[in-house]
Design a protein around this ligand. Structure first.
Ligand SMILES: [Zn+2]
Length: 318
């Protein structure tokens, strides 16, 4: 049996744990609905149950646990500063509780940073030293890998691309600012923008769907509906404006775009590229290759596994 680690991904909906080997292969996986409580104890109990399942299935002791969570934290000592989607985690000693309950060394990481690390290890940006990862989901997350290392910053907020402003008078954002990228390029924003444009496109078939979702806007856009195409064009434009600035500031080799709303790629990529060409310096704009993420919803788990190996059992060179 080769060495393996446990790697977890905590989302607002599901908690997943997998056993991952040094090649990044998932040996087994287990999942439950994310338990909600006043503190971290139910999450730790659930993680313990999933970890026990994986340990029993693999039949050996893992090296450590890497855990991707939706929070801003000190990745060195595991202190959680805040978690907008799971506020009960704020200020809790999650890493210490997991270590005590699982009997394993634990490393925590912000979920978008973990996904950036996963894509950098085995995904779309694996051939590049520096990359920017953006995930377009319910919100917009981001991670920056500079010269092979994740950029975290002393307060753990580095890479929070979703909360950079692209429209100063734009809608209020959950972070307290206005007009953040998240208000224009998330799945939530796709639905809001479609509703806002309703009067200009009263005949759009999207309004015949009860409680339509971003996926419906995407499907109608693919089918040629002008409203839905305009919504994704705007999302691509705002994302392009922001990425042009990041291209100038960071000079990345690659940009990787993932998350559910990245399914609208064909509807937003032209507008995105147009803004980059228009706004970024030509040399870094030419250099920055733009890819769709390739690891899907496993990116966070694979990144968390890489962190666990990196800290507690160095990965052999490929
Ligand atoms: Zn914001």
């Amino acid at each position: 049996m080769d060495d393996f680690v446990l790697a977890g991904d905590l989302g607002g909906t599901n908690l997943r744990i997998a056993a991952v080997d040094r090649q990044g292969r998932l040996l087994c996986r287990a999942e439950v609905s994310t338990p909600r409580y006043t503190d971290e104890t139910k999450i730790v109990e659930a993680a313990r149950g999933l970890a026990d399942q994986c340990r029993a299935q693999v039949g050996a002791k893992p090296i450590a646990l890497g855990f991707a969570i939706p929070a801003i934290m000190d990745a060195e000592d595991g202190r959680i500063f805040r978690s907008p989607n799971l506020p009960e985690l704020g200020g809790t000693p999650l890493a210490a509780s997991l270590e005590a309950n699982l009997g394993l060394d634990v490393v925590l990481e912000n979920d978008a940073n973990a996904a950036a690390i996963g894509e950098h290890w085995l995904g779309s940006s694996s051939d590049f030293a520096s990359s920017i990862f953006v995930t377009l989901g319910t919100g917009v997350g981001g991670g920056i890998i500079l010269d092979g290392k994740p950029l975290r910053g002393p307060d753990g907020t580095a890479g929070e691309i979703g909360h950079m402003c692209v429209e100063p008078s734009g809608p209020p954002c959950g972070c307290g600012s206005n007009g953040c990228l998240e208000q224009f390029a998330s799945a939530t924003a796709i639905v809001r923008m479609a509703n806002e444009l309703r009067n200009e496109f009263p005949d759009s078939p999207i309004f015949g769907i009860d409680n339509f979702a971003a996926r419906d806007v995407f499907q109608c856009g693919i089918d040629g509906d002008l409203l839905c195409r305009e919504v994704f064009r705007r999302a691509g434009m705002y994302l392009g404006v922001l990425l042009a600035g990041l291209i100038n500031a960071v000079n990345p080799d690659a940009i990787v775009i993932g998350g559910g709303a990245a399914d609208g790629w064909d509807l937003f990529i032209d507008a995105l590229r147009t803004e980059i060409t228009k706004r970024a310096f030509p040399e870094p704009a030419e250099r920055a290759r733009i890819f769709r993420a390739s690891l899907g919803s496993d990116a966070g788990i694979i990144g968390a596994a890489h962190l666990a190996f990196s800290r507690y059992g160095p990965i052999r060179p490929a």
